[in-house]
Design a protein around this ligand. Structure first.
Ligand SMILES: Nc1ncnc2c1ncn2[C@@H]1O[C@H](COP(=O)(O)OP(=O)(O)OP(=O)(O)O)[C@@H](O)[C@H]1O
Ligand SMILES: [Mg+2]
Length: 426
C-alpha cells in the first residue's frame, strides 16, 4: 500500500470525505451527535480540518470546532482499509496542534460506544468518562425548519390528494401497501420486521400520474414535499451540478421528515456512455453517493420518477439503493371511467361514460383531464351564445377527444410492458 500523508481539508474533498465517513460507520451505529451538514459547515468555515491522503485517495479525516478554551472533535472518520496505522492518532495530533495555537486547553469528543476514532483517542491520551448521558433537544418544525423548507421550495401537501387520484386501483394498492402503510405505521412494521422503504422509483409514460402519486403519498403521511428539478440545479458545469445536488441533500438532512421527489431522474442518472469524458457521469455518481446517507435518516422517502426507466444507469437501479421500482399507468378501462367521471364533474351523471372510455383508448389521465376541460369549455361557450341551459354532454366530450392527440401509442405501450417485465421490483 502506498504511504499516506496529512494535509488541510479543501472544498474539493467534500465528496470523498462524505464517502469515507459513510464507510467508516458500522451499519446500525447510533446517528452521530454532530450531523454531516454541521461538520462540513465547520470545515468549510475554517475550523481545524485535516485529511489523510494516499496518492489521490482520501482515506481519513478529522474535524474540530473551537469555542474559547474548549474544542469539540466533531468527526474522526477512517476508511476501513486504513485502520491500525496510526492515521487516527496523527490526525488528532495535527488537530490538537492547531487548536492549542488558538488557545484551546480542553478538547473533547463524543462518540458512539466503540465507534471509529475510539482507539485513536485512547492512544492519544484522551480519557473516557463513564456514566454520562447525552441529552439533546431538537426543535422540530420551528421557524428554522419552516425557513429551510421554504428555501428548498418545499411545501406541506393538502389532505385529500390520495382520494383525488381516480381509478388506478392497481397502482394505488401497490403504493398503499408497499410505501404508505409501512411509513405510516412504523412501529407495527418494525415489530413485524418490515423495513420501511426509503427510496423508490416510479416509472411510466408521461402524464400517468407519477408526480401526483408522489404528492399524494406526502399528503397521506403529512410530510412536507420537496421537489428537485434536475434542470434547475445550478448548472455551473458538471462540478457545479454535483455540488448543488450535495447542498440540497445537506439541507434536507436538517428536516424532520420529508418526501424528496426527483422528476425526470434520467436527466441525472442516465446510463453511462463509456466515453472517457462522459457528460452526466459525475452527477450520477454524486446521486449514487448521496443516497446511502439519505437512507440513514428516519422519516424520509426519496421518490424518483422517470418516463424512461430503460435509460437509467444499472448501478442506479441496483437493489440496496431503491427498495421498489414501481410501474405507473396507463389507465385501463375501469381507471379511465373513474377518471372521466371525476373530470366530467357535475355533468358526469348525464354522460355515457362507456363511450368516452372506448374513445379514449390511448389517453393518459393527463389527456383525459385535458379533453374533459376542452369539452366543458365548448359547452360553456355554447351556453354563453345560446342560453339553452344545456350542460356538457357526451357529444361535447367525444368531440374534445377527437381533437386531443393521445400521449400513448401502441409502441409506447409495448415498450412499457417490456419495461414492466424487466425493471419492476415490488
Ligand atoms: N388517477 C388520476 N386521477 C385524476 N387525475 C389524474 C390522475 N393521474 C394523473 N392525473 C392528472 O393528470 C395530470 C398529469 O399527472 P402527473 O403530472 O402526475 O403525471 P406524470 O406521470 O408525473 O407525468 P410526467 O411524466 O409528464 O411528469 C395532472 O394534472 C393530474 O392531476
Ligand atoms: Mg411528473
Amino acid at each position: 500500500m502506498p504511504a499516506w500523508r496529512l494535509r488541510d481539508f479543501h472544498e474539493d474533498d467534500l465528496d470523498q470525505a462524505v464517502l469515507v465517513w459513510d464507510q467508516s460507520r458500522p451499519p446500525g451505529e447510533q446517528l452521530p451527535v454532530f450531523p454531516v451538514s454541521e461538520v462540513m459547515a465547520a470545515a468549510r468555515s475554517g475550523q481545524p480540518a485535516v485529511v489523510a491522503v494516499a496518492g489521490e485517495e482520501l482515506v481519513a479525516l478529522a474535524v474540530a470546532q473551537a469555542h474559547g478554551e474548549r474544542a469539540w472533535v466533531l468527526l474522526i472518520a477512517l476508511s476501513a482499509r486504513w485502520r491500525r496505522r496510526g492515521i487516527g492518532s496523527a490526525l488528532l495530533a495535527e488537530l490538537e496542534r492547531r487548536l492549542r495555537e488558538q488557545g484551546v486547553r480542553r478538547i473533547c469528543a463524543l462518540l458512539p460506544e466503540g465507534g471509529t476514532g475510539t482507539q485513536a483517542l485512547l492512544n492519544s491520551g484522551y480519557g473516557g468518562r463513564e456514566g454520562l448521558v447525552y441529552f439533546e433537544k431538537v426543535s422540530h418544525g420551528g421557524a428554522a425548519e419552516a425557513g429551510l423548507l421554504a428555501e428548498l421550495g418545499g411545501r406541506e401537501q393538502p389532505p385529500g390528494l390520495w382520494e383525488a387520484l381516480a381509478g388506478m386501483e392497481r397502482e394505488k394498492e401497490v403504493v398503499e401497501r408497499r410505501i404508505v402503510l409501512p411509513l405510516a405505521e412504523q412501529e407495527l412494521a418494525d415489530r413485524y420486521g418490515v423495513a420501511p422503504p426509503k427510496a423508490v422509483i416510479l416509472f411510466g409514460p408521461p402524464g400517468t400520474g407519477k408526480t401526483s402519486f408522489a404528492k399524494a403519498v406526502a399528503s397521506r403521511l403529512d410530510w412536507p414535499f420537496v421537489e428537485l428539478f434536475p434542470s434547475r440545479l445550478a448548472a455551473d458545469g458538471e462540478a457545479g451540478l454535483a455540488a448543488s445536488l450535495r447542498d440540497v441533500f445537506a439541507d434536507l438532512a436538517e428536516l424532520d421528515a420529508v418526501v424528496l421527489f426527483i422528476d425526470e431522474v434520467e436527466e441525472i442518472a442516465a446510463v453511462r456512455s463509456g466515453l472517457a469524458v462522459d457528460p452526466g457521469h459525475g452527477v450520477t455518481n454524486e446521486l449514487l453517493k448521496l443516497i446511502p446517507g439519505f437512507r440513514e435518516h428516519g422519516d424520509r422517502l426519496l421518490v424518483c420518477a422517470t418516463n424512461s426507466v430503460r435509460s437509467l444507469d444499472p448501478a442506479f437501479l441496483r437493489p440496496g439503493r431503491f427498495d421498489y421500482v414501481i410501474p405507473i399507468g396507463p389507465p385501463d378501462p375501469v381507471a379511465r371511467a373513474a377518471i372521466w367521471a371525476r373530470y366530467a364533474g357535475r355533468a358526469a351523471a348525464g354522460v355515457d361514460l362507456d363511450r368516452l372510455v372506448a374513445a379514449s383508448g390511448l389517453f393518459t389521465p393527463a389527456d383525459i383531464e385535458f379533453a374533459a376541460r376542452k369539452g366543458a369549455q365548448a359547452a360553456f361557450e355554447r351556453e354563453v351564445l345560446h342560453r339553452q341551459g344545456r350542460p356538457a354532454g357526451t357529444e361535447d366530450y367525444l368531440s374534445a377527444i377527437a381533437d386531443t392527440r393521445p400521449t400513448l401509442t401502441p409502441q409506447a405501450i409495448t415498450e412499457f410492458e417490456e419495461d414492466i417485465a424487466r425493471f419492476t421490483r415490488l
